[in-house]
Design a protein around this ligand. Structure first.
Ligand code: FAD
Length: 418
C-alpha cells in the first residue's frame, strides 16, 4: 500500500496496516503529523491553553480570589507549541516503526504509479491523503493579510487584529487573541458566524464573544486591504473600515492535490477536491482519497476515520462530532432540524456543577426524533468538547437520553440525563 501524506489521514491507518503485516510506504514532503500537528489543531490548542489561563485569572475575582495581572509572555507560550508538537511528532515516528517513510514530494505518473524524485513506487492500493492549505481572499491588498500558517509562526503577540472570516478557524483565533489581551475585530461575510452550525448555538456564541469585547461584524463583504492594515468592507451597502496591527485571513481551505492526477485519470470536483464515492474511491481503480483533500469533512478525526475504512476495512461511523475551541466552546453532532424532529433546550444554569463553577453561560440543544431517540446534540458552553463525547454514542446508536445509566453528581454530564 502507498499512502501519500503523513497527516491524520495518513499516519494512523498506515501504522495499523503495517503492524498487521502489510508492506506500507508513506510519502511525506514536509513534517509528519500534517496540518493538524504542525499548523492546526495542536498549535492552536496549545496557545489556547495560555489564553484560557489568562482569562481564568481575570475571572478569579468572582470566586473571591483576587490575583493581579495577568501578564502574558507570548514568547513563552509560543515556545510551548514547539515542545508539544515535537513530543507528539516523536510519538508518530515510533508509531510508524514498521512503515517505510519516504521523505519527498509524490507525483502521479500517467500509468497510475507514484514517483518521488527518480524513484517509482507501485502498489495495488494507493491512498491520497495530501490535505489542504489556507485559501486566500481575492481583493486588492490581500497580500497585507496573513493566514493561519503565518500567524502561528509569529512569536510576538499583535496588540490588535482584524480577522476576516467568522468560521471555525477565524473564531478560534479571535477567542485565542482576545483571551491574551489583543483587541479583536471579526468581519464575516454571512449573516451569522459559524455558517453550517445550528443557528441558536452560533447566535449565542456570537453574543458571548461580543460580551467579552470581541467586535463581530456580520453580513460584511471585504473589498480591499491597505498597506497600513485598514480593511475596507461593505455592510448593507454602506462602506466601512476596521484597522489593526495585523490582519488575519481565515476564509477557508483549499485542497492540496498531487501533481499528475489529471494525467492519471483521477478526477477533481468543480471546487478542485479529489472526487470520491462513498467508499472514498477515486475515478482511478485502486486509488483512494481521504481527509481534507476530498472535501467531505475537513476535520482531523474525520480524515482518520475515512482512512481506517479504506485501509483497515473498519466501518465508518455515522455520527461525526465537531468542536469549535472558542471560549466558551461549541460542540455539535448529528442533525439540527428536520421534519418530525423536536428540540429540547437545557441551559447550563439548570445544572448544579455549572452553577457551582460559575460557568452558567451555555446551552445544550437536544434534537429528538418521533421515537424520542437522540438524532442531534448542539452545545455552546464551557467543556462542550468533553460533553459531546457523552452525546455522540446516543446519536451513533440511535438511543434515547439515558434513564438507565448512573451519572456522577454533580457533573455537567447530568445535563444529558433523561
Ligand atoms: P493534512 O493534515 O493537511 O496532511 C497532509 C499531509 O500531506 C501534509 O503533511 C503535507 O505535507 C503532505 N503532502 C501534501 N502533498 C504531498 C505530496 N504530493 N507528496 C507528499 N506529501 C504531501 N481539525 C480538528 O479536527 N480539530 C481541530 O481542533 C482543528 N483545528 C484546526 C486549526 C487550524 C488553524 C487548521 C488550519 C486546521 C484545523 N483542523 C482541526 C483541521 C485539521 O488540521 C485537518 O482536517 C486535518 O489535518 C486533515 O488531515 P489530512 O491528513 O487530510 O491532511
Amino acid at each position: 500500500m502507498i499512502i501519500i501524506g503523513g497527516g491524520p489521514g495518513g499516519y494512523e491507518a498506515a501504522a495499523r496496516v503495517a503492524d498487521a503485516g502489510a508492506d506500507v510506504v508513506l510519502i511525506e514532503k514536509d513534517l509528519l503529523g500534517g496540518t493538524c500537528l504542525n499548523r492546526g489543531c495542536i498549535p492552536t490548542k496549545t496557545l489556547l491553553a495560555a489564553s484560557h489561563a489568562a482569562a481564568e485569572v481575570r475571572r478569579a475575582g468572582r470566586f473571591g480570589v483576587e490575583v493581579g495581572g495577568p501578564v502574558v509572555d507570548y514568547g513563552k507560550a509560543h515556545e510551548r507549541v514547539a515542545e508539544v508538537t515535537d513530543e507528539l511528532r516523536s510519538a508518530i515516528e515510533s508509531m510508524l516503526a514498521k512503515v517505510q517513510v519516504i521523505k519527498g514530494e509524490a507525483v502521479f505518473t500517467p500509468d497510475g504509479n507514484v514517483r518521488v524524485g527518480d524513484e517509482i513506487f507501485h502498489a495495488p492500493k494507493i491512498v491520497i491523503a495530501t490535505g489542504s492549505c489556507p485559501a486566500s481572499l481575492r481583493v486588492p491588498g490581500a497580500e497585507y493579510a496573513i493566514n493561519s500558517d503565518e500567524f502561528l509562526k509569529l512569536s510576538r503577540l499583535p496588540e490588535s487584529a482584524v480577522i476576516i472570516g467568522g468560521g471555525v478557524i477565524g473564531l478560534e483565533f479571535a477567542s485565542l487573541l482576545n483571551g491574551l489581551g489583543c483587541a479583536v475585530t471579526v468581519v464575516e461575510y454571512c449573516p451569522e458566524v459559524l455558517p453550517g452550525v445550528d443557528s441558536d448555538i452560533a447566535k449565542r456564541l456570537r453574543s458571548y464573544l461580543k460580551r467579552q469585547g470581541i467586535d463581530i461584524i456580520t453580513g460584511a463583504a471585504v473589498t480591499a486591504i491597505d498597506s497600513d492594515r485598514t480593511v475596507h468592507f461593505t455592510v448593507k451597502g454602506k462602506e466601512k473600515t476596521a484597522q489593526a496591527e495585523c490582519v488575519i485571513c481565515a476564509v477557508g481551505r483549499r485542497p492540496v492535490v498531487p501533481q499528475g492526477v489529471a494525467e492519471a485519470d483521477i478526477e477533481l470536483t468543480e471546487r478542485g477536491f479529489i472526487r470520491v464515492d462513498d467508499d472514498f474511491r477515486t475515478t482511478r481503480e485502486g486509488v483512494f482519497a481521504v481527509g481534507d483533500v476530498n472535501g467531505r469533512c475537513m476535520l482531523a478525526h474525520a480524515a482518520t476515520a475515512q482512512a481506517m475504512q479504506v485501509m483497515c476495512g473498519e466501518k465508518h461511523p455515522k455520527a461525526m462530532p465537531a468542536v469549535v475551541f472558542t471560549d466558551p466552546e461549541v460542540a455539535t453532532v448529528g442533525l439540527s432540524d428536520g421534519e418530525g424532529l423536536r428540540a429540547i433546550k437545557r441551559p447550563y444554569g439548570s445544572n448544579g456543577k455549572a452553577l457551582a463553577s460559575g460557568e452558567t453561560d451555555g446551552l445544550v440543544k437536544i434534537v429528538l426524533d418521533g421515537e424520542d431517540c437522540v438524532v442531534g446534540v448542539h452545545i455552546v458552553g464551557p467543556h462542550a468538547s468533553d460533553l459531546i463525547a457523552v452525546a455522540t454514542p446516543l446519536v451513533e446508536y440511535h438511543r434515547p437520553l439515558p434513564a438507565d445509566v448512573i451519572f456522577a453528581h454533580p457533573t455537567l454530564a447530568e445535563i444529558l440525563k433523561a
